[in-house]
Design a binder for this molecule. Structure first.
Ligand code: C2E
Ligand code: MG
Ligand code: MG
Length: 618
């Protein structure tokens, strides 16, 4: 009997099923279809062997039994082929759509199987070669052929959407099948199709469905790859889930392992997926709200008991399985709130609400917008003229950044500067503003019109850079901009390390000839010591303080005192946000040196600014 190949295939497939079932799985849709294919492969091989045995002994067995086994075998061949189509399709359709297609295909298979059962089937056996033929076989082989063509068409047309590895593994499997079928057709003694099927399953397992790939070896829980696959599926079908994130930043690795094992062993484990990401991050996911609540409660209780291990954990829960857009953004949402509420997250954890997710998505979109604007050169610098009371002329200007969106509209700094500061892109953005300002100054037109210098805003993050002075100096050298044409605006910062670097940068830049302004003076909780410590030559009174001067009697005393104090220190004063002639007159009266505000002009593009200056300075 010619059943060696099938027996080998059967042993392989059973081993594979045992191996596969014994491993931890996420219950992904693809995993489920793969398991079904594996089971059908085993049934197929058993029936293949049984049909050969039955045909060989047909003289001693009832004809109906032999025929039944042969028909079952070719019917399962049809089922296997359809499963292969479904397995391939699950990559290019979401679960709901896939389920609809599955229902249609299974109905077709049911009809085909019925046809195979009813249609006559003939058996050929000469002792050496055995095969079946007749209408039943024609139905089965035609159906397999159509599935085969369907697989080829899907694989070719959807190549871009099917993951590369899955695509290649599938192609190898198809190739094996074709070789086995052709070989078997030419040399009917070699019954290779069954073996080729099990070999194909081996390939799919090794390349795609090996659960080991999804596991963290040390802890035995899932890893980042698994999380990505899981989220891709959940976002695809819009299924709700609840997640908790833990960052164990300050906890030594042994302790974090201990905490994980404790959670894993406790009764909160059921129905909860644990993912260990790179670094100190853990994500726990449950599709059941009660389990999620139980998990949060359990953590809180552990913390109440003052378990040393739980003291430093900060947990953030994501309610409602809110869709954050993509797997890549999923872990970012937690990081974002960790950073945003740094130090304010209670030990018992914090839940991210729908509004918070919206805030995060806005932040993310703005971050992408900034990155794109930088890459596509859509960062623009506008200039706002500053009037000198003493010379009666516009002697300086402030450079203010804007982002031109791809659709041509503008985004203002209040929308993107906070995001750029949070994400760090303010460094690149600040440098762009400085380069563009230098390019403008280098044209010489501004000086001709009577403007002596441009004030450029520096963010706290820029001031912290150890090499800030060198960077700015290199840019000024490149565009041959005299250092006296640059005044840098700094704002208050409470951090000592920033102050230290800032002072050293200021020292170097002042040595070269740059000057500094203290921006936003009087805004928020201003610290008078700052004006004492920082070697600035200009104090810029914030818009709020300017407005308060006209609305609150007590503010009048403050503003007058600030102006006198600045003058006594040898500093000049700029009033920002001056909008009316009355405001202008009153501020001039108390001795403000420079006036900046909509009374004269908003910040405008370079050419408009030059036109304004040439006109006004005459
Ligand atoms: P700031 O440095 O205090 O700039 C003054 C802001 O007040 C500007 O807003 C300006 O357009 C606005 N302003 C001027 N006069 C008036 C007025 O009469 N009435 C009113 N209501 N507003 C007036 P803008 O351009 O939206 O900039 C806002 C802030 O964004 C700036 O405040 C600054 O802190 C920041 N910023 C702007 N450009 C840059 C930059 O290149 N780098 C950094 N780090 N920050 C920048
Ligand atoms: Mg400013
Ligand atoms: Mg200001």
């Amino acid at each position: 009997m010619n059943i060696e190949c099938q027996c080998c295939g059967l042993v392989l497939s059973i081993l594979l099923l045992v191996l596969y079932s014994g491993r931890k799985q996420l219950g992904l849709y693809g995993e489920k279809i793969f398991k079904k294919m594996l089971v059908v492969t085993i049934i197929l091989l058993v029936l293949d062997i049984a049909s050969i045995v039955a045909i060989t002994h047909q003289a001693t067995l009832p004809h109906l039994l032999v025929l039944g086994i042969c028909k079952s075998y070719i019917a399962f061949l049809v089922v296997e082929c359809i499963l292969a189509v479904l397995y391939l399709l699950h990559d290019v359709t979401d679960e709901k759509k896939h389920w609809k297609i599955t229902k249609v295909l299974l109905s077709v298979v049911a009809v085909e199987c019925l046809a195979i059962l009813i249609a006559p089937l003939h058996i050929f056996s000469d002792g050496r070669i055995v095969y079946t033929y007749g209408p039943g076989a024609i139905v089965a082989y035609t159906s397999c052929g159509i599935d085969f063509i369907a697989i080829l068409i899907i694989a070719i047309s959807e190549r871009k959407r099917i993951p590369k590895l899955r695509w290649s593994a599938f192609m190898i499997w198809l190739f094996l099948w074709v070789v086995a079928a052709v070989w078997q057709f030419i040399d009917a003694e070699k019954l290779l199709v069954g073996f080729a099927t099990s070999l194909g399953m081996m390939i799919l397992y090794a390349a795609l469905e090996n659960p080991e790939v999804n596991l963290n070896r040390e802890l035995g829980c899932f890893n980042g790859y698994a999380l990505e696959a899981y989220l891709k599926q959940q976002f695809g079908i819009k299924r709700k889930f609840f997640a908790i994130h833990f960052s164990l930043d300050e906890i030594p690795p042994e302790t974090s392992e201990y905490i994980f094992r404790l959670m894993h062993r406790s009764n909160v484990r059921d129905g909860v997926w644990f993912f260990k990401l790179l670094g100190p991050d853990f994500i726990m996911i449950s599709e059941d709200r009660r389990r999620y609540n139980r998990l949060m409660r359990w953590i809180k209780n552990e913390q109440k008991r003052e378990s040393v291990y739980f003291k430093n954990i900060q947990g953030i829960g994501l309610e409602n399985g809110l869709d954050v857009g993509s797997p890549a953004k999923f872990t970012k949402v937690f990081k974002y709130f960790f950073n945003k509420y740094n130090g304010q997250i209670p030990d018992s954890g914090m839940e991210i609400s729908k509004e918070m997710v919206e805030d995060f998505l806005l932040h993310e979109n703005m971050q992408e917008e900034i990155a794109l604007a930088l890459a596509e050169d859509r960062v623009e610098v506008y200039f706002q003229p500053i009037y000198s009371v003493l010379s009666n002329k516009f002697e300086s200007a402030e450079a203010l950044v804007r982002i031109r969106k791809a659709d041509g509209s503008l985004i203002y700094p209040s929308e993107f500067i906070p995001v750029a500061e949070e994400s760090g892109s303010i460094l690149a953005l600040g440098e762009q503003v400085f380069i563009k300002t230098c390019q403008f100054i280098a044209s010489g037109k501004m000086q001709k019109a009577g403007v002596k210098y441009v004030e450029v805003n520096l963010s706290v993050l820029q001031c912290e850079q150890v090499d800030l002075a060198n960077r700015l100096c290199a840019i000024m050298c490149e565009y041959k901009v005299p250092t006296s044409a640059i005044n840098l605006e700094i704002t208050e910062t409470a951090t000592l390390s920033v102050k230290k670097n800032l002072l050293s940068n200021m020292g170097s830049l002042m040595e070269m000839g740059c000057t500094f302004s203290l921006d936003d003076f009087g805004k928020g909780e201003s610290n008078l010591m700052y004006i004492v410590e920082m070697p600035v030559s200009i104090v810029k009174m914030d818009l709020d303080l300017t407005k308060a001067f006209f609305n609150m009697d007590r503010a009048k005393h403050v503003v007058r005192t600030v102006v006198r104090m600045a003058h006594e220190m040898g500093l000049h004063v700029v009033s920002e946000g001056v909008e009316t002639a009355e405001e202008f007159a009153a501020l001039r009266e108390i001795g403000v040196d420079y006036i900046q505000g909509y009374l004269f002009s908003k910040a405008v593009p370079a050419d408009e600014f030059l036109k304004f200056i040439e006109e006004k300075n005459g």
